[in-house]
Design a protein around this ligand. Structure first.
Ligand code: F6P
Length: 553
């Protein structure tokens, strides 16, 4: 890490590699993807990379061989590989929290050795995975019963942010691999409606609550968990002894778990070197493991590991996370792209982009560098998107003909999931025809001449013209399996890492979420008791007063 220290690091936008890119951008000017494809008939096959089961096509990007070379030079100059190796070694690269960043250890094989503060963490990782597997099997087999002796049929995960989005997303993604006899729900919002809708039709005697919180202090989660405990005990007409059969905890904080009343024997541990948004392959994945079974969970971890190894060892030219990260840096700074769309053509990936929003935006939504200086360059984009083809009938208009440049990732699968009802499989080709058509339309558009040639009235020509030149990555895999999901998530995790490394920001802290929490604590008594309003600004004080009036207080 010596070459990474503050004294020797040149500010990103003063690096010669950065200046070279700026110059190259000028030379590229308005070059159109149509020209790039016309100049090289092998572009579609050549600008691709394969990682495990993922086939990535980056030919529809505004890059040439020269661009890619300059971007790789930037990565080299910024020390991406050194920081990557430091992360994999367990060094404390999350400097503002003085923590190692070792989500990669969560999917390391049993015989790996990864040390934090001189201690190999891999045996503890596997001990927890084994404990999770034993528990998941007992729930799935019916061996674990509730307080009244009934079999557990419902699992309600209570958590928020990284303790919700990952398992909730993966549960949806892997629905076809889940035990369909189990009802699995995810509660995150402190809005009581979330818990209400999750439990209103459940039998408490058959319900297990999985309380997922790294810190076990998050107000939303503890509030919901307390309400869930009240609901359970009231409806079971039981005393707190029943909690042991219906509540388990996923946390790093045994003390707080015990304070809540959950037996720490029913706690599944993880560690401060696992960031919340990087945690769903830790104990935080317990609800998912119950749903899909330990074997499928392991397949998912192996998928993650495959991409970890690729990221760690593949040469820069073939390194997929490096490439995706660099493309994002290219558009953010040199094309002023403010947003990035992730558009999965799979109904099962309906929560994928919401998950990526936390992964990307909580990691790279920063505006000071590692040394605390304001950055003079763009950092993380606004990440958004929903599954295709729905978006095509909603916001794709802006992608095609709006004034903004929004690079997009299209994710699709050659095969539908295995257990679709007979007849539905045929719809898959239509879905995928749309998938391919959209990236084609975005890249190449339709020229005024092409529109005219179709006999369109002259006054409508501008309206029917598509300028194209919108960059996209296509990620294609055979099928959405647990392993493929792990591969996809690791791909994005490392992409985010690459960008943070280049922008020289700490991608692993999240101080920006704290202020709102502090202020909410101050505002709550204003709403409930009407005290302290005078300390608020005039807008918030007036709004709080209006709220109290509406509540009849
Ligand atoms: O407030 C943000 C955050 O800290 C996220 O980073 C985290 O994933 C989430 O809250 C939940 O935290 P916890 O798992 O400690 O309840």
């Amino acid at each position: 890490m010596s070459e990474m220290n503050a004294e020797s690091r040149t500010r990103l936008n003063r690096m010669p590699e950065w200046t070279a890119l700026a110059k190259h951008r000028e030379q590229l000017g308005q070059t159109h993807l149509r020209e790039l494809f016309a100049a090289d008939s092998g572009r579609g096959a050549g600008y691709t990379v394969k990682v495990g089961d993922l086939y990535l096509d980056y030919s529809k990007h505004l890059v040439t061989d020269e661009t890619l070379g300059l971007l790789r030079d930037l990565a080299r100059g910024a020390g991406v590989a050194e920081l990557r190796d430091a992360m994999f070694r367990g060094e404390k690269i999350n400097t503002t929290e003085d923590r190692a960043v070792l989500h990669t250890a969560l999917r390391a094989p049993r015989d790996a050795v990864i040390e934090v503060d001189g201690e190999n963490v891999v045996p503890a990782v596997h001990a927890v995975l084994d404990k999770m597997a034993g528990f998941a099997d007992r729930i799935r087999s019916g061996e674990w019963t509730g307080h009244t002796g009934k079999r557990i049929k419902n699992v309600v995960n209570i958590g928020i942010g990284g303790s919700d989005l990952g398992p909730a997303m993966a549960y949806e993604a892997l629905r076809s691999f889940t035990d369909r006899d189990l009802t699995v729900r995810f509660v995150s919002n402190v809005d009581g409606a979330d818990l209400h809708e999750a439990v209103r039709d459940l039998d408490p005697a058959e319900t297990l609550f999985v309380i997922a919180s790294k810190t076990f202090t998050t107000i939303e989660t503890i509030t919901n968990a307390t309400s869930a405990r009240d609901w359970l005990l009231t409806n079971l007409r039981a005393d707190s002894g029943a909690v042991a059969k219906h509540f388990v905890a996923l946390s790093t904080n045994a003390e707080k778990v015990a304070d809540f009343g959950i037996d720490t024997a029913n706690m599944f541990e993880f560690w401060d070197w696992v960031g919340g948004r990087y945690s769903y392959d830790s104990a935080i994945g317990l609800s998912l493991m119950i749903a899909i079974g330990p074997g499928r969970f392991r397949e998912m971890l192996d998928g993650f590991h495959l991409v970890d190894e690729h990221f760690r060892t593949a040469p820069a030219e073939e390194n997929a996370p490096l490439l995706l990260g660099l493309l994002g840096v290219w558009y953010g700074e040199f094309f002023d792209a403010q947003a990035h769309a992730v558009l999965p053509y799979s109904h099962y990936l309906s929560k994928f982009t919401a998950y990526l929003q936390q992964l990307d935006m909580e990691s790279n939504g920063k505006s000071v560098d590692r040394e605390g200086n304001p950055v003079d360059w763009q950092t993380g984009p606004v990440v958004w998107g929903t599954p295709g083809t729905n978006g095509q009938h909603a916001y794709y208009q802006l992608l095609h003909q709006g004034t903004k440049m929004i690079p997009a990732d299209f994710i699709g699968f050659a095969r539908p999931v295995a257990d679709l009802m007979p007849g539905l499989e045929a719809q898959h080709d239509l879905l995928m025809a749309n998938f391919f058509a959209q990236t084609q339309a975005l890249a190449f558009g339709r020229t005024p001449e092409e529109v005219r040639a179709e006999g369109v009235a002259e006054e409508l020509v501008p309206h029917k013209t598509f300028r194209g030149n919108h960059p996209t990555t296509t990620i294609l895999a055979d099928e959405l399996t647990p392993s493929v999901l792990g591969q996809l998530i690791a791909l994005y995790e490392h992409k985010v890492f690459v960008q943070g490394a280049i922008w020289n920001i700490d991608s692993f802290d999240q101080w920006g979420v704290e202020l709102g929490k502090v202020l909410a604590k101050k505002i709550e008594p204003v709403l409930t008791e009407g005290t302290g309003g005078e300390q608020l600004d005039s807008s918030t004080a007036t709004l709080a007063a209006e709220y109290r009036t509406l509540r009849g207080r």
